[in-house]
Every structure is written in C-alpha cells, then in structure tokens.
Design a protein around this ligand. Structure first.
Ligand code: G6P
Length: 360
C-alpha cells in the first residue's frame, strides 16, 4: 500500500519510482470523459480575472514554483512571481490590482506559508492552494484547492510531490490559456503522457546512476550543479536533494553566473553536474562545462536526446521542452539517493529535518 515500503529498502526510492504512476493519475484526474481539462469553474474564473500571480512556497515546493511561473507566463500570459514564504512579509512586493496568491505545499501545513496566507486573506485577496493533502490547513484556509494526487509522501526529501506540482501547474496554465482563448500549440495530456513514459525509462536506469555516483561522488566534500534557463531551476532542486540526504555541500548555479564569482570554488576533482535539456542554451552551458573542466572539475553532463554530445554522461529521453524538469529531476533524485546510501546516511529521515515544518 501507499504507506508501506513493500520490497523497497527506502520510501524515497519507492516514491521516485511512483512518479510515472502519479503523473498518469494526474492526467486521469484532470481530464473529463470528453478529454477536456477538468477544473473547478471558480478556479478558472479567478485565473481569468487575476492580473498577477504570487506563488508562495518553501523548500522543494518553492523550486516547483519557479518552474510553474514559466508555465503561467509563457502559456497563460499572466505575470507571475515566486516568493520564499518565510521572506515574503519582510519585503512584501507592491501588489497588482487583482492579485491571486498560489500556495504550493506538499503537506499543506508549512507554517511559513500559512502565515502569508493569513496575512493576504486579511487583506482580502483570493488564494489557491496546490497540495498533496486534502483537508490540510492551507487547503482549508484558502478559497480553492488543486490536489496533487501523488499519494502519501513519507520520505522527508520530497520527490513525487515536486513532479506532481509541476504537472498540475502545467495543467492550470493550459486551462487558463484555453479559458482566455489563447492560441496554444501544446496538448498537455499528450505531452504529460509522453513524459510519464520517459520517467519510467529513467527509473529503470538506477544502476547507471549508482555507478556514476560511485565513480564521482563517493568521497567528495562538495558538488555543484550548473544549468541555464529551466535547467537552472532543476539544479537548485538537485542541489537541495543532495544536501538534504547525503550532507554533501551542494549548490545549484546559473551557468552564466559562474564567471561572476562561483567559479572560484572549482578545484581539481570538484564534481560539476551540468543539465543540458534546452536547445537555446545548449551551446552556452557547454562552454561553462569547458570552463570548469579547464580548472580541473570532474564533469557529468545530463543532456536531452537530440542535444547530446559524445562526452555526455547520460542522455535523457526526449519530452516537450517545457516539461524537461519532470525528466531531468529523476536522475538528480537518484544521484542524491545513491550518494546518501553509500555514505550510510538515513535516507528517509535525514538529520535535523522534518517532513513538514509547522513552526516559523
Ligand atoms: C520541509 C521539508 C521539505 C519541503 C518543505 C516544504 O522543509 O523537509 O522537503 O520541501 O518543508 O514543505 P511543503 O509541505 O510546504 O511542500
């Protein structure tokens, strides 16, 4: 069942493997019998009239929000900004005339997010919560809820909730685009279906990832993830995953920022993991890889099929370029998993961390 490990050594590994399934469940849940998107009419109307979206989240959910912002802007044409919940009230942005607040939270219980919700409700603004837990605090206190349908997530490090959040945000963006009569050359359910299959191909490649970890991350003190555009957002999540469970000091960097300081960190043998899933940045991310390799870095390139070069460590099955985070994150989760496993860390219950943080 959902709350038992079964034959898996850890919940995290089980939950990584459940991602294609969760994605297929989302496709089912958000589609009616005529293959139209199924969404609460009130959410649709609210999305149509809002002039700016403020996404509020913490941790992994914040990283999903960064990807979601792109969907809302590129597909639905709504300006969107993403805020770390705990920082929001210190530097509250000037709000637009018709703001909509979107809370992304696996648990629906994160206190930092809740305090923003309380505040913006006092101000009279509408709120939509995207959560994995029906009946959670953030769901009850917001005007609207979208469910992730990912099934219970037990491991402290979030995996399937992240990909479910991204999928639901994509559906929300497409639904809004359609409601607004915008021209979109993107069939979400078809593309998500292709993506679910691609994820399955990746979850079947555990041995290859395990080998990469043993060869490159075995005893390292630190590791860096570099990417541009959408890949940068996934690098932030990849680094968080590795930090959380393996305690390797890891950071995600925007490729273009390397030269502005962070390249100083590269030493002989420093692992640098590069994501290359976007055609528009394939050339520039590869020149970043050459720069770090010239300073002794130990590079591992994860590229999308069609963009790969001979030296790439790993080729990801091709999906729509808006949905690449859903596939590129899978080997990143597995990297973190095997790194933690080989270091003898408690994968499902890392030190000092809690699954949901109900204090500010
Ligand atoms: C905790 C967890 C993280 C999670 C974050 C936000 O710090 O350890 O894995 O991303 O809270 O949780 P939420 O339930 O709001 O998505």
């Amino acid at each position: 069942t959902d709350t038992e490990k079964g034959t898996y050594p850890h919940f995290m590994l089980k939950e990584i493997d459940e991602q294609p399934l969760a994605l297929r469940r989302i496709i089912q849940e958000y589609q009616d019998e005529h293959d139209h998107l199924k969404l609460d009419q009130n959410i649709r109307e609210t999305m149509k009239v809002c002039d700016r979206i403020y996404i509020i989240a913490a941790g992994t959910s914040y990283h999903a929000g960064l990807v979601g912002k792109q969907f809302l802007e590129k597909m639905a044409g709504i300006p969107a900004e993403v805020h770390v919940a705990s920082e929001f009230s210190y530097n509250m942005p000037l709000l637009s005339d018709n703001p909509l607040f979107v809370f992304i939270s696996q648990s629906g219980e994160t206190a930092d997010s809740r305090s923003v919700l309380v505040k913006i409700k006092e101000m009279g603004h509408p709120a939509l919560t995207i959560t994995n837990v029906a009946g959670s605090t953030l769901s009850r206190e917001a005007d609207y809820t979208l469910h992730l349908h990912a099934g219970p997530e037990i491991a402290v490090a979030s995996t399937k909730a992240y990909t479910a959040q991204i999928a639901v945000l994509a559906i929300l963006a497409v639904d809004t685009a359609r409601a607004k009569g915008l021209e979109l050359d993107f069939d979400p359910m078809r593309e998500l279906g292709i993506t679910a299959n691609a994820m399955e191909v990746l979850t079947d490649q555990k041995e290859a990832i395990d080998e990469l970890v043993r060869d490159n991350l075995g005893t390292t003190r630190n590791a860096f993830f570099i990417g541009r555009s959408t890949d940068y957002f996934v690098c932030l999540e990849a680094a968080l995953k590795l930090k959380e469970i393996s305690y390797i000091q890891a950071e995600g960097f925007a490729g273009g920022e390397l030269k502005h300081g962070t390249i100083a960190l590269i030493e002989e043998g420093t692992p640098v993991i590069a994501l290359a899933t976007q055609e528009t940045v394939n050339y520039s991310i590869r020149s970043n890889v050459s720069e770090v390799v010239a300073r002794g870095a130990n590079d591992m390139i994860f590229s999308m099929k069609g963009l790969e070069q001979d030296t790439d460590a790993f080729v990801l099955p091709e999906v729509h370029e808006l949905l690449t985070p859903l596939v590129s994150v899978v080997p990143m989760q597995l990297l973190a998993y095997y790194a933690a496993l080989h270091r003898g860390c408690d994968v499902d219950k890392p030190r000092n961390l809690a699954k949901s943080v109900t204090v500010e």
